[in-house]
Design a binder for this molecule. Sequence first.
Ligand code: 6GU
Length: 249
Amino acid sequence: MRIDIVTIFPEFFDVLDISLLGKARQSGLIDLGVRNLRDHAHDRHRTVDDTPYGGGAGMVMKPEPWGEALDGILRPRTDAEYATDGADAPTPLVIFPSPAGEVFTQAMARELATEEHLVFGCGRYEGIDQRVFDDTATRARVRLVSLGDYVLNGGEVAVMAMIEAIGRLIPGVVGNPESLVQESHENGLLEYPSYTKPAEWRGHEVPPVLLSGNHGAIAAWRHEQQLERTRRVRPDLLPPESTHAESAP
Ligand code: 6GU
């Protein structure tokens, strides 16, 4: 997968050199490009924002640097590319992190992990001039995506979270794909509690069923734990009828 990021804080993404995603980049599974929006501002102060039309607090990101930065990423395909891709090759998907967007979920991460080319446009200040979204939508698919119902100072932290969630779902990035299926949100429930050795620690014992060797009983216990935990802290994840009644494992 190709990933491009446009930001006024390119150093922020230096951490993508390390850990699992760093390895995925080294092995070529993820091809990452980070661009500084200010490289596309041509005045002496490399200005990327201005006061809002209509008045109000804060600053709005100017359209011209965004247009130029995205021109470099969403360039028209060459004749040779048309010949090899076919004219209907998938267009890049451009994601603008925004608290006004649709909420990012594990289901969305799974969907985005199948894309060939993702572009993330990190806004700061009070937002980006609306025409940047409108113009980008004429040559790519565009989505506004939010991490949740709270406000961050800019899109960088949100994009980092999205790239981590998406990147680990790209085949080959996580060594053992089994570890992807038994975690929170993959089956619509929170994950069950995990234990490792020793069997007793500071007076706390591992639930005996996990030492029983009875795989059916262990699976049933884990499912019950998932339901109990989800009912307690995230009842919104459960279908309405299962909030009180027991559902079969
Ligand atoms: Cl994607 N961006 C910003 N600035 N704030 C947020 C967010 C995104 N998601 C939640 N809060």
